[in-house]
Write a protein that binds this ligand. Structure first.
Ligand SMILES: Cc1cc2nc3c(=O)[nH]c(=O)nc-3n(C[C@H](O)[C@H](O)[C@H](O)COP(=O)(O)OP(=O)(O)OC[C@H]3O[C@@H](n4cnc5c(N)ncnc54)[C@H](O)[C@@H]3O)c2cc1C
Length: 460
């Protein structure tokens, strides 16, 4: 075995969590080894956030073309050229990937290509070489889960990775799982012309969101002709001559050309040495405290392997946090509820803070006030012909503790909403702030004005 190489920080996995940690640590003058078996950028850049959002944008263009006449524009929708869509999507990924590689190189980070394993609490082994870190950061990410007895063949039974590589639009698709990833693919495929059925065991789509947001999405999907069956547990799937037949617990069957399995993502933590070295884990997830520290001294964990929201920007922030913690900057722990959540379907859903139900549980029914501002009163939303709302949840006589948005493009509004939540702003603080007109952002201002008792374009 070759001689060990020493670093201030050794990072296992170069996805959102790992590479953000590497960039920040290097910026703070620490020496960094970043171990990656695949591509720098991980799930988010190559098979997650970025390619899916490119597909969703192509879907938006398709819908805009199809529906152009309602804006007085004559256009003909001739169909989807999947090779063209994929070239566009891959081009976006490729450009960002090149940029990231350059950024990492420019910061003097040592990139180690290969599969890493934790062989001592301060050592990662890659291809027989040892990389010793005063600190080790576990950031090995996640994989698409399946269900017992549900075999993925990559042809008719797909994960999101396969779905991203499809060279055609399926005539019909069953999406197993009505969470964020399932709803995003359902939205894309419907816009591309497929018949889509979502099967979800829980009582509602995007069940982690405020109930009102789920209801609004369900209404919109119904209107778009996306079929969904909630409270419908999956039982089995069989391959047919032309595709798949899914049987659910009730005995009902559904047929389609492909089945997308979108039942969540499991932590990539097996055979990486974590267990053997006594890293505290729960069902494969690595347990970390609010400072992202595991039970092993000097070993941190960030991103999807840590229980909580599996989101790229959570990984980024945790990575930055850990680098700063190691550098002795004593950063403030991240408030998990303050992390914005967005589903990029049509319509979009965005939220930050507590749902109304969570707020009622935390503060008591009498101490929660909720207000919904309908986008029907918002000029820009009417111009875009989108429906939806801004819902605010506040602690009575206290700050805004939850913001929930539904409608086209509302994901872009979550920036202001997260400042309001994370800065403990009262509706009375936001109401006097001036929002540009006509913007969708204005709807946030209007909602806060209404909650502060001085509604403008809203019925009181
Ligand atoms: C279809 C889809 C859409 C998504 N859309 C969004 C979105 O719009 N917004 C959002 O915020 N999040 C989205 N996500 C989630 C987001 O991609 C993840 O939360 C994020 O990538 C997690 O970052 P991570 O660093 O924890 O793990 P990953 O990005 O999974 O990175 C882990 C890295 O570790 C490497 N690795 C693992 N084991 C080893 C080993 N033994 N040796 C060396 N390297 C190893 C892997 O190759 C990988 O590159 C989406 C995910 C999917 C699947």
């Amino acid at each position: 075995m070759a001689e060990a190489r020493d670093f201030d920080v050794v990072i296992l996995g170069a996805g959102s969590g790992g590479y953000a940690c590497a960039l920040r640590a290097a910026q703070l003058g620490l020496s960094v080894a970043l171990v990656e078996k695949g591509n720098l950028g991980g799930t988010c850049l190559h098979v997650g956030c970025i390619p899916t959002k490119a597909l969703l944008h192509a879907a938006e263009v398709a819908d805009a073309t199809r529906e152009s006449e309602q804006f007085g524009v004559k256009a003909t929708f001739d169909g989807i050229d999947m090779a063209g869509v994929n070239a566009y999507k891959d081009g976006v990924v490729e450009r960002l990937f090149k940029g990231l590689v350059g950024l990492i190189k420019g910061r003097g980070i040592t990139v180690v290509e290969g599969t890493g394993k934790l062989v001592a609490k301060n050592t990662v082994e890659v291809n027989g070489e040892l990389y010793v870190g005063s600190h080790v950061v576990l950031a090995s990410g996640s994989y698409s889960k399946s269900l017992p007895g549900l075999e993925i063949d990559g042809v008719r039974v797909l994960t999101s990775e396969h779905a991203l590589r499809l060279d055609r639009v399926p005539d019909s698709a069953i999406v197993l799982g009505g969470g964020v990833i399932g709803c995003e693919f359902a939205s894309v495929w419907k816009s591309f012309g497929a018949d889509v059925t979502i099967i979800e065991a829980l009582p509602r789509l995007v069940a982690a969101e405020d109930e009102q947001s789920s209801k609004a999405l369900e209404r919109a999907f119904r209107k778009r002709g996306i079929t969904f069956k909630t409270a419908t547990p999956f039982k089995s799937v069989e391959l047919t001559d032309s595709g798949v037949r899914v049987t659910v617990e009730s005995g009902a069957t559904y047929e389609a050309e492909v089945l997308l399995v979108a039942v969540g993502r499991g932590p990539s933590t097996t055979d990486l040495g974590y267990d053997e070295l006594g890293v505290a884990m729960d069902r494969g997830f690595v347990l970390a405290d609010e400072r992202c520290r595991t039970n092993i001294d000097g070993v941190y964990a960030v991103g999807d392997i840590v229980p909580g929201l599996q989101l790229a920007h959570r990984g980024f922030q945790q990575g930055i946090f850990v680098a700063e913690d190691i550098a002795g900057l004593d950063p403030e722990p991240i408030d998990e509820a303050g992390i914005p959540r967005i589903t990029y379907s049509d319509p979009e859903i965005a939220s930050v803070g507590l749902s109304e139900a969570q707020a009622r549980e935390k503060y008591g029914d009498a101490n929660v006030v909720a207000l919904t501002y309908d986008l029907a009163g918002n000029g820009k939303s009417q111009i875009l012909k989108t429906a939806g709302f801004v819902k605010l949840v506040r602690e009575k006589d206290g700050p805004v503790v939850g913001v929930h948005l539904v409608g086209a493009r509302v994901g872009e509004l979550i920036g202001e909403a997260q400042l309001i939540y994370n800065w403990d702003a009262f509706p009375e603080d936001v109401a006097p702030l001036v929002h540009g007109h006509p913007t969708q952002n204005e709807a946030l201002g209007e909602a806060h004005m209404a909650l502060a008792g001085k509604p403008l374009h809203a019925h009181s």
